[in-house]
Design a protein around this ligand. Structure first.
Ligand SMILES: NC(=O)c1ccc[n+]([C@@H]2O[C@H](COP(=O)([O-])OP(=O)(O)OC[C@H]3O[C@@H](n4cnc5c(N)ncnc54)[C@H](O)[C@@H]3O)[C@@H](O)[C@H]2O)c1
Length: 449
């Protein structure tokens, strides 16, 4: 049944979710306090890079099911279901900054009329629903307003967000009443997805527990990669052998330079903080963070092990976004890696299919190049930071010709070590043996007595 929806926060989650809800037949108003963002959208643009999003927004705007405004009062009053999809960034101590959620709750409370469901879509610590209810009670709504809180965490992944929304593994709804359950079941009915109905606190925990588990899986394989490097084994083969076990699964067993992005780092640290606040020392997640930091730092360590000093060297950086198919740079490994290179006096040349404009605001003075070949020109070393599909198809003979020295540190294991060694590269990847041109023998093998 068609619903009237207000999506507060028109960022990576709110814009995709709002547009997808319009796509499945609902009337959606997306609200954001950022005037520039709404102006871009109202002028027909898209403020973020997400495959397929422009077509989706254009289509639903034409159907008059989707509109954008700065006016939260208008959005709230016109809707039966109001989503909070604002940012919940990390505080300096690692906890979640809930001030945007709070501000948004207060605004909804002050404008609401009639009966509405207020749904947490933002990733929030357990017990936030109680805080939202408390705030609603403090801020007096108009006489007839009746607001009920629910939780509906989001699991979409940037880069495949539309597909993830339209074909979810599951939809989690945390509710306090049959009415709220029916509102959300009706909303998502066109997707014909598995719906998990819980209380609000459990729904909040499902999100943090899921993201932390995935981050832990990444750190686990990165720890295995460290061991592989020490003994000359191949982590990709280990991961493959593990992944056939249905209890383990193949996903998230790709060794690399660790997780980044706007979700895993902040959600893991927020979960550690929440646990601490309620008296549980989440040691497993602390170790996950430690392994992740080490994975990120390994790239510079490997580069220095080959190039010795960095001062005056030219380093090519392939990939800036925290993962392919997005322009999101929040907590992207590239930021730390470029920072470390600059600190050491290296000249940095970089490229990324969609994230260079955003990176220019962080590092305006490095050299941005149109593609990988231009980036590699004259470089003393090249680092692969993001596994964009185009980088996997590079002509390595051509790359070798244009580089000053054939040195590649591959943080995403996108090249075949045997081919790279045969082509004459000094090539180091993650958790795979070092190969020499002659014997293709592991050079790291040590006999332990
Ligand atoms: N990005 C992801 O892949 C992803 C996936 C799942 C869950 N989440 C969670 O979803 C939430 C949103 O993430 P995001 O990546 O979309 O963030 P974002 O920063 O891209 O977007 C948040 C938007 O909210 C707006 N906003 C903040 N306060 C507001 C207010 N009071 N009124 C109106 N607009 C307001 C901001 O201007 C911004 O445009 C976070 O809690 C995040 O953890 C993100």
């Amino acid at each position: 049944m068609k619903k009237k929806v207000c999506m507060i926060g028109t960022g990576y989650v709110g814009l995709v979710t709002g547009s997808c809800l319009a796509e499945i037949g609902h009337d959606v108003i997306c609200v954001d306090k950022d005037k520039a963002k709404i102006d871009v959208l109202n002028a027909g643009g898209i403020p973020i890079y997400e495959p397929g999003l422009k077509q989706l927004v254009d289509r639903n705007r034409k159907r008059k099911r989707l509109r954008f405004t700065n006016n939260i009062k208008e959005g709230v009053r016109a809707s039966d279901i109001v989503f909070i999809a604002v940012n919940t960034p990390p505080l300096p101590d690692g906890g979640a900054d809930l001030s945007f959620v709070e501000a948004c709750t207060r605004e909804v409370a002050s404008h609401a009329n009639g009966r509405k469901l207020l749904v947490e879509k933002s990733t929030v610590p357990v017990q936030t629903g109680e805080r939202i209810s408390q705030t609603l009670q403090i801020i007096k709504t108009s006489g007839q307003a009746q607001l009920e809180v629910a939780s509906n965490p989001e699991f979409l992944r940037e880069g495949s967000a539309i597909e993830d929304f339209l074909k979810p593994d599951r939809i989690v709804i945390g509710v306090q009443s049959k009415w709220a359950e029916k509102m959300l079941r009706d909303l998502y009915a066109p997707l014909k997805a598995t719906v998990v109905v819980t209380d609000i606190k459990s729904a909040e925990l499902i999100k943090h527990a899921s993201n932390s588990f995935l981050a832990m899986k990444i750190s686990y394989i990165n720890a295995i990669a460290e061991i592989c490097e020490k003994v000359g084994a191949d982590v990709t083969q280990v991961a493959q052998g593990m992944g056939y076990d249905a209890r383990i699964g193949k996903a998230f067993l790709h060794a690399g330079i660790g997780y980044g992005g706007s979700c895993f780092p902040k959600d893991v640290s927020a979960f550690i903080k929440i646990a601490e606040a309620i008296g549980y020392d989440f040691r497993m997640l602390k170790a996950t963070e430690t392994v992740n930091t080490a994975a990120r730092e390994s790239m510079i360590r490997k580069l220095e092990s080959v190039l010795w000093t960095m001062k005056g060297k030219t380093i090519a950086v392939l990939g800036l976004a925290f993962k392919p198919n997005t322009d999101d740079l929040r907590n992207a490994p590239a930021i730390d890696i470029i920072g470390s290179l600059l600190e050491r006096g290296a000249h940095v040349r970089a490229t990324d299919p969609v994230a260079m404009d955003r990176m220019r605001t962080i590092y305006p003075n490095i050299t941005y190049c149109k593609d990988a070949y231009e980036t590699a020109k004259g470089a003393d070393g090249l680092v692969v930071v993001t596994e964009w599909p185009d980088f996997k198809k590079l002509n390595i003979a051509k790359l070798k010709k244009i580089m000053n020295a054939p040195v590649i540190i591959d943080g995403r294991n996108i090249f075949d070590p045997v081919k790279m060694a045969k082509a004459g590269f000094t090539y180091q990847s993650v958790g795979r043996p070092l190969l020499t041109r002659e014997g293709l023998k592991p050079t790291t093998l040590k006999v332990v007595t």
